[in-house]
Design a protein around this ligand. Sequence first.
Ligand SMILES: [Zn+2]
Length: 171
Amino acid sequence: MSYFPLSIVSWKEAIKALFLDRVNLVAEYQELIHSPSISMRIPSVVALKEYVVPQKNPPFNRFNLYLRDGFSCQYCGEEGRIAGFREGAALTLDHVTPKSRGGHLTWLNTVAACSSCNLKKADKTPQEAGMPLRRKPFVPSQYNLKRIAKDYPIKSLHETWLTFLGIEEDS
Ligand SMILES: [Zn+2]
């Protein structure tokens, strides 16, 4: 499960889940698939019958970190690029306390940074580099990430999903 309202599963997984009666069919594609015994349309949207309780702490990974930081550089504030959604500088992960000083990649020691700020900061702390953080890094809750994720529609989602997500094409 992801923090976006919907998760992407392969059509094979979706069909398997349908046959196992774990999901309800919400919408389907026009394409037909055939097996020796049946032919059916490929499901495009299925809904889980049971609510899955999300894990308490979101895992630390690149995507979740960028999400926490609103896909923007925590030094200059520039918004980064999101595939299929927004143009901008490529984001990088920055160790607040540099790796060379024993800093690790953790929620509290990592921020999203544009590549030029990352290069400029180099092996310094924000104080030494004269680059104050816009916001102190924190461990986000599921709720934090879910709320931020709502602002970041992924354009590459199949158009049939947009109806269910209430996402408008950006003009
Ligand atoms: Zn920057």
